[in-house]
Design a protein around this ligand. Structure first.
Ligand code: PLP
Length: 397
């Protein structure tokens, strides 16, 4: 039997694989430190859980409108207005099973076969696969360390063809933690308007920004860019709600309608109980976010400081999200127990086998010379894991 060539072309998520492998090693009694986490290690705050329990007890357990309940859409509109200075009507909001689902819906709504999407690298690995699922063509544009791994106008111009349909911007970024400034985003916006492109703005890490950096929503600049931007956000990262699966898109009305239609057939409404929980998260007190952020910030400082002092590797201080993107720099070409570290995959494998530390090699993020460390794990594990990485590096020859 011949199977779908498109389906066969989709790669599994290597971050989920690595996290699963580290979990399995732990379950087998091995003292492994997993730096793969793409989710906060905190529990979902109590008031959010309580809202879900109430939803169950009240029998809010049936189908809802496919694109989400009105109170949640209203709360999202209010949040977008207050936090991001963008005005949306509930009919422009589509609530889905996580931001991942919102992104897939977006590509399905805007792409025709062969349409190109510019994805600056390093990128969150799923974008490329999602574009392919929607019959589009991912056009990966390598950014430079000198520009803090952010796309320059030159990068974008070089990638532009008559098939370019959209640009993907992820700020704060997974895996680099970099945040685009207002000035940088304005240039991207001008470029998109000039060349008649959509902008998909993945703002899922918006609330996890440290120091003086500020999150700016590209759609907030003017009507022209607002009308061609699809904002992606959700509750997974900000409220430690990864398992609840609620994300959303805010888009021009026609795009939201297409996304809603697709979703109505593909998956119907996101979980009714989780929608009530997301409503409590978005409309309730934001104190829980600040508390988690304070912890993340301490870990960020510690991790960055330690990595900066390690031999052979280097990193740029992350400004947001919960990752440090580490450049293997002069570790490349060195040997560990006779084996040459040619790339991040080999490094990650040797590290896991010898020091029992799981890191994410960024090959599937468009950079096979870097690996990603997550600081969404307890401080004591961060300390232990970094000691081991340092020990590993000290043994390179
Ligand atoms: N966007 C980015 C950049 C992410 O890192 C992730 C999760 O890792 C998502 C979107 C998806 O989040 P969700 O749990 O809402 O599907």
């Amino acid at each position: 039997m011949i199977l779908s060539s498109k389906g066969l072309d989709i790669k599994p998520s290597s971050t989920l694989e690595i996290t699963a492998k580290a979990k399995q090693m732990k379950a087998d009694g091995i003292d492994v430190v997993g730096f793969g986490a793409g989710e906060p290690d905190f529990d979902t705050p109590d008031h959010i859980k309580q809202a879900a329990i109430e939803a169950i007890n009240e029998g809010f357990t049936k189908y809802t409108p496919a694109s989400g309940i009105l109170p949640l859409k209203n709360a999202i509109c209010k949040k977008l207005e207050a936090d991001n200075k963008v005005s949306y009507k509930p009919s422009q909001i589509v609530v889905s099973n996580g931001a991942k689902h919102s992104l897939t819906n977006t590509f399905m709504a805007i792409l025709n076969p062969g349409d190109e999407v510019i994805i600056p690298a390093p990128f969150w690995l799923s974008y490329v696969q999602m574009v392919k699922i929607a019959d589009g063509v991912p056009v990966v544009v390598k950014t430079s360390k000198e520009n803090n791994y952010k796309a320059t106008m030159e990068d974008l111009k070089n990638a532009l063809t008559d098939k370019t349909k959209a640009i993907l911007i992820n700020s704060p970024s997974n895996p680099t933690g970099m945040v685009y400034s207002e000035e940088e985003l304005k240039k991207v916006a001008e470029f998109a308007v000039e060349n008649d492109l959509f902008v998909i703005s993945d703002e899922i890490y918006e609330k996890l920004i440290y120091g003086n950096e500020k999150h700016i929503s590209i759609a907030s600049f003017n009507e022209d860019i607002y009308n061609r931007t699809i904002i992606i956000n959700g509750v997974s990262k900000s409220y430690a709600m990864t398992g609840w699966r609620i994300g959303y898109a805010a888009a021009p009305e026609q795009i939201a309608k297409i996304m809603s239609n697709i979703q109505s057939h593909a998956s119907s409404n996101p979980n009714s109980i989780a929608q009530k929980a997301a409503l409590a998260a978005i409309s309730g007190s934001q104190e829980c976010v600040d508390k988690m952020k304070t912890q993340f910030d301490k870990r960020r400082e510690y991790m960055y400081d330690r990595v900066s002092k390690m031999p052979y590797v280097s990193a740029i201080k992350p400004q947001g999200a919960f990752y440090v993107f580490v450049d293997l720099d002069s570790a490349l070409g060195k040997k560990y127990k006779g084996e040459v570290i040619e790339n991040a995959n080999i490094f990650a494998k040797l590290l896991l086998d010898n020091e029992k530390v799981a890191v994410v090699p960024c090959t599937d993020f468009g950079y096979d010379t870097h690996f990603r460390l997550s600081y969404a794990i307890a401080m004591e594990n961060i300390e232990k894991g970094l000691d081991r990485i340092e020990n590993f590096l000290n043994n390179l020859q």
